[in-house]
Each structure stands twice: as structure tokens, then as C-alpha cells.
Design a protein around this ligand. Structure first.
Ligand code: WT7
Length: 648
């Protein structure tokens, strides 16, 4: 046995375990007879009307369409709640662990969840929210975040969650683009003992132009602090739900009706509103959640992501609840009150499945083994990773220290646009290798394209594409279908382009190498270079800016920006701070640049295109790898930047 292959643990078997033979047979069926395979898979859901049309898709950009289960009708909240009530009414649906360990945790049963969701769904209807209307959700990590999503799903409203760490401007951008009717927020959030002024951010967002579509602001009382109040517009969630009945007729949704919009960064322009629909999304979210986490009835499942990202949508809320699981929602951060919090929470709630991000693992690894070893972690059965390639060193620490060399690690590769897991090891079937997401899920057909635009055969490296549709794939960019096709289906016509590079080894395992476009992956979060640059040039003293990523020990990638000031402005430490603060204000703290270098000029081609490749090398402090600079309009620009790299 090679040291780099970790076999399926001896005796790993539960009611949903898929073994190696079953994986091979099911995978073959899923690509050879997708209709039969996915018709069967759809039976895991409860449909008002069972689908008879299963797969109806075409990736040709000239005649593009994606329809799954097109004549089926269902409601997501019925699948996540109602159908469990008979057998799991008293089972805990949501376990809530607050920011502070001194605040009591909460357990919400499926029956209680049903009541809360139906009351809020009724209240939304009373406010005039109808099927197809957009609802912005800007909440902390509290059970009500899941309640809000499910209430929207119940009445067919399209939710758009905005991460609580985003700025008022980001909230305003999303409200404007989606023309949302209602926003659901809280007075404040809490993170590591600090208050996050959510309602004040919403107030500021709604002062910005183009946000008049918002008719009501629903406010949840969380910290109880005083907040500003706009009579007529603002309503308390507890007031509007108090007298609503605990039953709400669910909307009959077509499988292809929209469920949610989630904005994500690309290489150009403003974030795109990635739109997901109902049937295919839920089938694959539920199926992958069960298969990759080898779900068992008494599991306590914990995904540490924020509900503001797709991971929170598919693997805190929809996948787990569709499967009748117990899902833990954690309000806090891994380092508060100290860096053993994750493991304390695991022991407190006897968590069996733990799913987090490499950036968190690396941060905790730094704090030493003692903080882990002083906890038991005996309840754990499976560990998961998501968000960026996990470096083998972090993988081994996760495996050896956290998992005491007994737990499978599932490294799950997927994207906002894919909706659900795409490449990930089924733990009873696939031996793992540190740093590899391993093999494709059922129905997923990855391929690698080399620099010549040809498919790589066997072992090799290239850009990762997916050759055929899968049920949970995004259907469009909200309001801009052409942008959807241009972004994902034009680079390699007929194939979905992921934006990632990957390597395939001799065992057919996939190793994601990271983004190959102008997207920076900071702690597992996508930040577009275009967004950073447009934020910077909004500042009156900035003439031009360029942003690149560089390797960062903790975050995976950090943000390095080059700034050219307008004539007459002088660089200074104060201005540097001001510009960094400006980016935080425009986008949010996750977009904070790590380095800002003054650039008298930026390296450009003769046609005026900024050469990011060169700027990336300077940021990485690899001036010997600049490559060919002969196409530059003025090569001396590069020498200056290299020379001054350390001065800022
Ligand atoms: C990008 C998608 C959906 C997961 C949360 C982030 C990177 C994600 C992995 C992984 C290597 C990964 C890719 C991808 N990524 N998971 N297991 N191994 N890279 O969702 O914000 O849409 O970002 O995150 O680069 O394209 P997202």
C-alpha cells in the first residue's frame, strides 16, 4: 500500500453506504442511461406530480437549453419539512450553537421548524410577496436563516442571500439587480463577541439609488440593541408572524421554477446572479449529501460554512433537511473564545459528520495539536473539506490529528454554479489521496482541455470542463442569459467551462489546481479582480488599478493590488490605509487587500491590455519568472515595480 493512498476504513458500512462495485455500476448507468438513472434518483423526493420527462438539455451555445424533470411539480419546503413530520416530527432538524459558548444552544424539531416556516411564509404572503418575487436575506447564522429560505421556497418566492459580511453597497447592488421586494434582516449579528450592524447596513444600502423595489424590511430581533426605524417600511418579524396560522398552503412549483439567486464573482464585471431552479437542484443536493457523507439516521451533521454561500444553501439547509437529517448551525468563528471551539462544539453536540474549509484547518493547525487533543471527538465518523484545493500538509493534519487516523476525509469539489458536489470521494467506495477530490459523482463527466484546445487522454493536465448537463447546474445568470452562455459555454463551445485547472493521475483521480481565470480564491471565497479594480478606481485619487492573487499561507490566496494615482497625488501611508478601507467599505471585509503597491504605471501590451501574468509574478516575488516582456509597450515599468516591491 502506497503511503499516499488512504483505503476505505475496514468495516465501513451503513444503510446508505455505496461500495466500490456499486459506485462503478451506478456511475456507468448514470452516464450511459441518464434518463433511467435520474428518474430513479428523483424518487427520493416527494412530487405533487411525478416527472416523466427527465433530461432535456443541450450545451451547444447556439441552441442552449437545460431542463430537468421538466413536467414534474414539487415544493422544496414540503420535501424538507412536511414529509418528515409523520416519522421525524420530534427529531431535531436544526441544532443551533450560538457565538458565545455561554449562550444556551437550541434544538428545533421538524414539527417546530414546520410551524416557524409556515408562519413566516404566511406573513410574507400577507405582505404581498408572491410566487416569482425576489426576497433578499441578510441574516446572521441563526436558525431563522434556514426558516427564511424555506418560507420563501414554500410560497415560490426566489431568495437571494447576501453574506452578512458584505457591505451596504454589495447589498444595494444585489437588491438592484434582482429588484427584490422585501428584505429579511436582523437588528445585529454576532461574530466572535463583536456586533455586526446588519439593520444599519440595510438602511445605508436602501439609501443608494435603484433600490426602491424594496417595499418592506422585515427585522428579526437578535441582539436586542437599539436600531433606527423607518415607520411604514420596517416591520418586526415577531409582530408579522404572531397571528399567522401555523399552516401554509405550499405553492405547486414546476421543477424548472427558480428557487434562488446567489451572486458570485467572475473574471469580468459585477458579480453574477447565478440562478438555481427547484427539481434538479434538490434531487442532486439531497442525493450527494446522503452519498458523500454516507448519511445515517442518527447523524449529527455540521457544516461550518455560512448560509451566505452556496455551501450553506446546499449543505446546511436544503440537502440535509431534504434527507431528514439533523443539521447544526453555528453562529461563531473557529477561534472564539479560543481555537478549540470547533472541537468543543463537536463534543458538546456529539457531531458525527464535520465539514469545513482548508483555510480553517490551516489556521487551527497553527495553534498546535494540544487544543485538539484536549477534546474527545469520539463521535466523529467523517470529515469533509470544501472551498479550495486542500494542501496535503493540511489534509494530513486533519486526518491524523483531528481524525486520529480513523476517519475518511471527503474533499468535495464543486461551485456556486454547479449547485451540488461534482467531484468527491464516496467514502465507502473510493480510497483517498491527500489533496485530490478524487472521482466524479454520478452523472458528472469531467474532461481536461490542453492549451491546444484538445481533450487530454489518460493522465495529464488542463482546463477542467464538464461535457454534459447535471441536474443541479445553474440555469442562467439572472436577467442576462447571454452572459451565462458567454461565461460558461463559449470558451469551449459545447462544454461547461469551470474556470479551474486540474490534473488527472494514472488512477483517474482529479486534482484541482485552482482558478485559471481572473478570480482570486481568498479563504474559499471568490473575489473578482474586476470588482477590486472597479472599487479602487471609484476613489477620486486613483487613476488606475490592477489586482492579482498570490499564495498565502492561511488564506490560500491573498489579494495584491497595484495602484496608479491621478496626476498630482502623492503616495503616503495614510492614503494607502484609506484605499484599503475604501475597498472594505465598497465590497466588504473579505475583499481587504493584503498588499497595496504604488505603481507609477502598469505593464501593458501595446494594445493597452494590463499584463496580469507579470503582476502576479511580481506579487509572488518571483521576478526571475516574468517570462516574455517584449510585447510590453514600456518594459521599464516592470523594473520599477520589481524594485519597489518591498518598499510598500
Ligand atoms: C471555486 C468555487 C462550492 C464550494 C464553495 C465555493 C474552488 C471549491 C474545491 C475543492 C479545490 C475547490 C474552485 C471552484 N473549490 N471546492 N474541494 N478543491 N478547489 O464555491 O465560491 O462558487 O467557488 O472554489 O476553484 O471553482 P464558489
Amino acid at each position: 500500500m502506497s503511503q499516499n493512498i488512504y483505503p476505505v476504513p475496514e468495516g465501513f458500512a451503513g444503510p446508505n453506504t455505496i461500495n466500490a462495485e456499486q459506485y462503478a455500476a451506478l456511475y456507468a448507468e448514470s452516464v450511459d442511461s441518464p434518463e433511467t438513472f435520474w428518474a430513479k434518483a428523483a424518487e427520493r423526493l416527494e412530487w405533487f406530480k411525478k416527472p416523466t420527462q427527465i433530461k432535456d438539455t443541450n450545451f451547444d451555445p447556439k441552441n442552449f437549453y437545460t431542463r430537468w424533470f421538466a413536467d414534474g411539480e414539487l415544493n422544496v419546503s414540503v420535501n424538507c419539512i412536511d414529509r418528515h413530520l409523520a416519522t421525524r416530527g420530534d427529531k431535531t432538524a436544526i441544532l443551533w450553537e450560538p457565538d458565545s459558548p455561554d449562550t444556551p444552544s437550541q434544538a428545533i424539531t421538524y414539527r417546530q421548524l414546520s410551524e416557524r416556516v409556515n408562519k413566516l411564509a404566511n406573513a410574507l404572503r400577507t405582505l404581498g410577496v408572491q410566487k416569482g418575487d425576489r426576497v433578499t436575506v441578510y441574516l446572521p447564522m441563526i436558525p431563522d436563516a434556514a426558516v427564511a429560505l424555506l418560507a420563501c421556497a414554500r410560497i415560490g418566492a426566489i431568495h437571494n442571500v447576501v453574506f452578512g459580511g458584505f457591505s451596504p453597497t454589495s447589498v444595494a447592488d444585489r437588491v438592484r439587480d434582482s429588484a427584490a421586494k422585501v428584505i429579511i434582516t436582523a437588528d445585529e449579528g454576532l461574530r466572535a463577541g463583536r456586533k455586526v450592524p446588519l439593520k444599519a447596513n440595510v438602511d445605508a444600502a436602501l439609501q443608494q439609488e435603484g433600490t426602491q423595489s424594496i417595499e418592506k424590511v422585515i427585522v428579526l430581533q437578535h441582539t436586542g440593541s437599539d436600531i433606527a426605524w423607518q415607520e411604514g417600511r420596517d416591520v418586526w418579524l415577531h409582530d408579522i408572524t404572531a397571528s399567522e396560522p401555523a399552516e401554509c398552503e405550499p405553492e405547486r412549483m414546476n421543477a424548472e421554477d427558480p428557487l434562488f439567486i446567489l451572486y458570485t464573482s467572475g473574471s469580468t464585471g459585477k458579480p453574477k446572479g447565478v440562478l438555481h431552479t427547484t427539481g434538479g437542484y434538490l434531487v442532486q443536493a439531497a442525493y450527494t449529501h446522503e452519498a458523500i457523507f454516507d448519511l445515517r439516521e442518527d447523524d449529527i451533521y455540521w457544516c461550518t460554512a455560512d448560509v451566505g454561500w452556496v455551501t450553506g444553501h446546499s449543505y446546511i439547509v436544503y440537502g440535509p433537511l431534504a434527507n431528514g437529517a439533523t443539521t447544526l448551525i453555528f453562529e461563531g468563528v473557529p477561534s472564539y473564545p479560543d481555537a478549540s471551539r470547533f472541537w468543543q462544539v463537536v463534543d458538546k453536540h456529539l457531531v458525527t459528520i464535520f465539514y469545513t474549509a482548508p483555510t480553517a484547518i490551516r489556521a487551527l493547525m497553527r495553534e498546535g495539536e494540544e487544543l485538539v487533543k484536549k477534546t474527545s471527538r469520539k463521535s466523529l465518523r467523517i470529515l469533509g473539506s470544501v472551498g479550495e484545493p486542500i494542501n496535503p500538509e493540511a489534509w494530513r493534519w486533519y486526518y491524523d490529528v483531528v481524525g486520529e487516523s480513523r476517519l475518511p476525509i471527503v474533499d468535495t469539489w464543486w461551485q456556486t454554479e454547479t449547485g451540488a458536489f461534482m467531484i468527491a470521494p464516496i467514502p465507502g467506495a473510493i480510497p483517498t489521496k491527500p489533496g485530490s477530490a478524487t472521482k466524479p459523482f454520478f452523472g458528472v463527466q469531467p474532461a481536461l482541455v490542453n492549451a491546444e484546445g484538445e481533450f487530454v487522454q489518460g493522465a495529464g493536465e488542463g482546463n477542467l470542463v464538464i461535457t454534459d448537463s447535471w441536474p443541479a447546474q445553474a440555469r442562467t445568470v439572472y436577467g442576462d442569459h447571454q452572459r451565462f452562455i458567454d461565461t460558461y459555454f463559449s470558451a469551449y463551445p459545447g462544454y461547461y467551462f469551470t474556470g479551474d485547472g486540474a490534473r488527472r493521475d494514472e488512477d483517474g483521480y482529479y486534482w484541482i489546481t485552482g482558478r485559471v481565470d481572473d478570480v482570486i480564491n481568498v479563504s474559499g471565497h471568490r473575489i473578482g479582480t474586476a470588482e477590486l479594480e472597479s472599487a479602487l478606481v471609484q476613489h477620486p485619487k486613483v487613476a488606475e488599478a490592477a489586482a492579482v492573487g498570490f499564495n498565502h499561507d492561511l488564506k490560500g490566496q491573498g489579494i495584491y493590488v497595484y495602484v496608479t494615482l491621478v496626476a498630482g497625488e502623492e503616495p503616503s501611508n495614510e492614503l494607502q490605509k484609506e484605499l484599503v478601507a475604501h475597498v472594505r467599505k465598497v465590497i466588504g471585509p473579505i475583499a481587504t487587500p493584503d498588499f497595496l503597491q504604488w505603481a507609477p504605471a502598469l505593464p501593458k501590451t501595446r494594445s493597452g491590455k494590463i499584463m496580469r501574468r507579470i503582476l502576479r509574478k511580481i506579487a509572488e516575488n518571483a521576478p526571475d519568472q516574468l517570462g516574455d516582456t517584449s510585447t510590453l509597450a514600456d518594459p521599464s515599468v516592470v523594473d520599477t515595480l520589481v524594485k519597489e516591491r518591498h518598499l510598500t
